[in-house]
Every structure is written in structure tokens, then in C-alpha cells.
Design a protein around this ligand. Structure first.
Ligand code: FAD
Ligand code: MLT
Ligand code: ZN
Length: 475
């Protein structure tokens, strides 16, 4: 890393210089004003900075970044601050500002014939889904935080969510980017092209970089045909093995119409019902595992419904599923999805993991992981759910009561080690969709090859030689 420029300006003069770029009301320093920016959604990470700066345009972002580059001040980019690995929170290892992109919230254009929209980084994801819908199109990125996460954060974490099975991760939904580089220059890569082989595809350096390479200010996103029919099913299965067999069977019978396939353990359903007692259990009887599946298509609702029903009858006859409840209305479908979306808040306190393994290894991940954990921590409870259509499990570990869970959280490293050992044995990843942030920075060093780590560091140094972009994250 090249030596960091030394500050010329006294702290107050630096704040005034920031204010002269963005306006004094958008440089926050008062304790109550900065508090929401300095801690994360789960209150696991907390930090402080010189100020929170809220530019209103790409040009203002560029001027703020250039000023920080001259003064050797590091920048923590922040969007909706719903990240789960501490990526958007200052670490205190350098003098830092938080740069919030939330005022960059314009939809610059929607082009239904090209199936694209060009949007700024601070647009809330749900607003983008609604804008696509209003244009008769679908923007398929969907996650429980969609009412508050912003597309700049989604791009920077390469967010996954519940539509990956059909539409891919955020990375797959992008055609172009606009980025402010660590020296303050603007790279305008806002191409709306599906084919462009003119050298390295630079946008992929910034997607999933968690703010360590530059600041994404805008993007060209892909739109898709809006499905005209959908079927939502709550399905009981005997085991994770049956769940992956059901996934294969439904993909065979329904093809790409299967858009979501979420695994939910009975333990998670019980936690949801405990958290929100008004939520009914969708099926009679208790079953150990459930799947929330969504099928979508063009064409008539009755055609998809008939096809889905035939598929579920066939899977019942084959013994792949135990029972199924089909939503009979949009309201019922929403109610089933609200069970899934309530899981994160229903089991807020636990040792979180976000792992992926090949889909065929999901049963081993669950069974062998829990067996190894039980040996070390008798009585522990696995709050296991996730996007198993993508091989992604949220493998959250707690104890039967909150006090014991808090005690377990003090031993989180030991819990992590056991889970990560099974992940490694199965050729998996310790961060499927949430990223590395501060939380997994040390852990990835031990699990990625030296060649891979060196390449990552060289790319980082080439783009950010002074290490001013989000220090203490990822690398
Ligand atoms: P932030 O938290 O603000 O930032 C995330 C990272 O991106 C940080 O490292 C930050 O520095 C960087 N960053 C932010 N904006 C920029 C920018 N403009 N330029 C450069 N870097 C930037 N995640 C999933 O993948 N799938 C899920 O299903 C899912 N479900 C969730 C459910 C709940 C209830 C919650 C609370 C979180 C969930 N998440 C999920 C995690 C989180 O919502 C995602 O990681 C999301 O993409 C973060 O977006 P954000 O706008 O909140 O970003
Ligand atoms: C989810 O799928 O709900 C999320 O990724 C959030 C979580 O893991 O808690
Ligand atoms: Zn998830």
C-alpha cells in the first residue's frame, strides 16, 4: 500500500470543506443525528467517525471523495444499513467518514423496450420493484429487508434473496454501473447493453466489493416480463433429503416456473408463531421441515394452477412430500411469505451463519453440522432456514432460552469453527450472500488460498493504493 496523504486541514476546517460541497445540513456530527449510521440493524457492530456526509449527486460524491483522498481520510460507504456483517459501520482503525448514498435516490430512466432501468444508488429496493411494476415489468431482486435496503448496498453485497433460483444474484441483474473511484474520478459505465466484449468487464470488480473499491452511484438494471400467474405453496417434508429431492422433482416437472424454494425448519416456524401469535400454522399437524415454494408463469392463472396441482399430486404419490397447502388468493400468498419474512426478527439473538454448499450436500450440512455441534454444546438448537434452491442455508445456532443463547454467543468462535469445518468438508462457502464485512475478514483469510488472497489484495491496491475505501472490511 502506498503511503497515505497527510491531512492539511484541521478537523473543523475539514468539516467546513465537506459542508461547502454538500451543504451544512448534510454533514451530520451531532450525537443523535449520527447514531443510526454508526450501528448496524442487529446492534452487533458499533463505531464512530468524523461525520456522516450525505451528498445529493454523483458530482458531490466525487468532490467529497477527492477531498478525502487529499486529506487521507477513509470512507465508509453506506446505503440502507441493513447489512449483516458490519460492512457499513466504521471500524475506528482509521480516521473515517460515513458517506451515505441515500439522497441519490432518483430513477433516471425506465426503458421497457430494452427491459432496463437506470437508477441511483440510494433508491430503496421496494421503490424499484414498484417502478418496474408500474412499467409493466418485473425487477426480481427480493429480500425481507427490501423496504429499507438500497440498490447501492444490494450491488455492493451482491445480494441474493428469494428469487435467485430463477433470476440469479444481484450481479446477474446489472448491465452497467457508474462509480466514483477512490481518487474522486467518475467512471461512467452506464451501458444498457447485453453484449459488450470490449475488454475486462469492470463493473464486476465493484459488485460484491462491499465498498472497498469505490462508491457505486448509479446502475443500469435488467427488467423481466411480469408474470401473469403465480402459485404459492406451503409444503411439509420429512427431511432435508426429501426437500432436495422435491426441488429436483419440481424443477423437472415445472422447469423455470419454480422461482423460489425456501427451506424452513419447524423450530423456525415455532419461533415465528411465538414472535407473532396471530400468524396461523398453515398446515394441520406438526412436521419437521417445510418448504415455501413459488411458481410463476405467463399465461392464465388456471393453467399454472392446474399444472402445479398435478405436480404436487405426483410428488405426494412418489412420497417426496407429506402435505401441501396452496394459497387460494394473493392475500393467502402474502400471509405465507410473511412467515418466511418474519424469521430473521423471530430469532434475532443467535450465532448466525450464512453458508452455501452444493444442493446435493444440504442434508449432510444440516445433519453432520448439528451432530458435531451437539457434541460440543449439548442442548443447542439449530434455527435453520434458507434459500436451498441456491444451496444457501442460514445456519443459526442458539440454545433453548435467551440467557443460555447469550452465553453461547460468547463462544461464537468455537461454534463458527465447527460449522465452517463441515462447510469446508463439503466444498462450501462461509459467506453465501451476506458478504465478508468486518465479521468474516479473519475467517476468509484462513479459508481462501494464498493465491486467491494475493490476487484480491493486488486488485484492491491497484484501485485504492492508499487503502481509503472502507478499511477493515473484506481484506
Ligand atoms: P448497507 O448495509 O448500507 O451496506 C452494505 C455494504 O455495501 C457495506 O459494506 C457498505 O459499505 C457497502 N455499500 C453500501 N452502499 C454502497 C455504495 N453505493 N457503493 C459502494 N459500497 C456501498 N441479504 C441477502 O443477500 N439476502 C437476503 O435474503 C437478505 N435478507 C435480509 C433480511 C433482513 C431482515 C435483513 C435485516 C437483512 C437481510 N439481508 C439479506 C442483508 C442485507 O439486507 C443485504 O446485504 C443488502 O444488500 C444490504 O443493503 P443496504 O442498502 O442495507 O447496504
Ligand atoms: C434471510 O434470508 O432472511 C436473510 O438473509 C436474513 C438472515 O439471515 O437473517
Ligand atoms: Zn437470506
Amino acid at each position: 500500500m502506498a503511503s497515505v496523504p497527510q491531512p492539511d486541514l484541521a478537523p473543523q476546517a475539514f468539516i467546513q470543506a465537506l459542508a461547502s460541497v454538500v451543504g451544512a445540513q448534510y454533514v451530520l456530527t451531532a450525537k443523535d443525528d449520527v447514531a443510526p449510521y454508526y450501528t448496524d440493524w442487529r446492534h452487533v457492530f458499533a463505531g464512530t467517525g468524523i461525520a456522516v456526509v450525505r451528498p445529493g449527486s454523483t458530482e458531490e460524491v466525487a468532490k467529497v471523495v477527492a477531498l478525502c483522498a487529499t486529506e487521507g481520510i477513509a470512507i465508509v460507504p453506506q446505503a440502507g444499513n441493513t447489512g449483516l456483517v458490519g460492512g457499513s459501520i466504521p471500524t475506528g482503525m482509521r480516521k473515517e467518514i460515513v458517506l451515505s448514498v441515500s439522497r441519490l435516490n432518483r430513477i433516471r430512466s425506465v426503458d421497457p423496450l430494452n427491459d432496463t432501468m437506470t437508477v441511483e444508488a440510494g433508491c430503496v429496493l421496494q421503490t424499484l420493484q414498484e417502478a418496474a411494476d408500474a412499467a409493466g415489468r418485473l425487477f426480481p431482486l427480493s429480500l425481507a429487508a427490501e423496504g429499507s435496503c438500497q440498490i447501492g448496498g444490494n450491488l455492493s453485497t451482491n445480494a441474493g434473496g428469494v428469487g435467485v433460483l430463477r433470476y440469479g444474484n444481484t450481479r446477474d441483474l446489472v448491465l452497467g454501473l457508474e462509480v466514483v473511484l477512490p481518487d474522486g474520478r467518475i467512471w461512467n459505465g452506464l451501458k444498457a447493453l447485453r453484449k459488450d466484449n470490449t475488454g475486462y468487464d469492470l463493473k464486476h470488480l465493484f459488485i460484491g466489493a462491499e465498498g472497498t473499491m469505490g462508491i457505486i452511484t448509479a446502475a443500469v438494471l435488467k427488467l423481466f416480463p411480469k408474470p401473469s400467474s403465480s402459485t404459492t405453496a406451503w409444503i411439509a417434508v420429512e427431511s432435508p433429503q426429501k426437500a432436495v429431492e422435491l426441488l429436483a422433482a419440481l424443477r423437472g416437472l415445472m422447469g423455470d416456473r419454480l422461482t423460489a424454494f425456501e427451506l424452513i425448519s419447524r423450530v423456525c416456524l415455532d419461533a415465528v408463531i411465538h414472535c407473532k401469535p396471530s400468524i396461523p400454522d398453515p398446515l394441520p399437524g406438526r412436521h419437521p421441515w417445510y418448504i415455501l415454494a413459488e411458481l410463476t408463469d405467463g399465461g392464465k392463472q388456471e393453467d399454472l394452477a392446474a399444472r402445479a396441482e398435478a405436480a404436487f399430486i405426483e410428488c405426494t404419490e412418489r412420497g417426496t412430500l407429506l402435505d401441501v397447502a396452496l394459497a387460494q388468493s394473493e392475500g393467502q400468498a402474502k400471509a405465507l411469505w410473511s412467515i418466511r419474512e418474519t424469521i430473521p426478527e423471530a430469532q434475532f439473538t443467535n450465532v448466525k451463519h450464512d453458508v452455501s454448499v452444493p444442493i446435493s450436500s444440504i442434508p449432510r450440512m444440516i445433519e453432520e453440522g448439528l451432530a458435531d455441534l451437539q457434541k460440543a454444546f449439548p442442548g443447542l438448537v439449530g434455527y435453520i432456514f434458507g434459500h436451498i434452491g441456491d444451496g444457501n442455508l442460514h445456519y443459526n445456532i442458539g440454545m433453548a432460552d435467551e440467557e443460555a443463547t447469550r452465553a453461547l454467543m460468547d463462544k461464537r468462535k468455537a461454534v463458527n469453527e465447527i460449522v465452517y469445518a463441515v462447510v469446508a468438508k463439503l466444498g462450501g462457502s462461509i459467506s453465501a450472500e451476506h458478504g465478508v464485512g468486518q465479521q468474516k475478514r479473519e475467517a476468509i483469510k484462513l479459508r481462501k488460498s494464498p493465491v486467491e488472497m494475493e490476487l484480491m489484495q493486488r486488485v484492491k491496491d491497484a484501485l485504492d493504493p492508499h487503502g481509503l475505501m472502507n478499511p477493515g472490511k473484506v481484506l
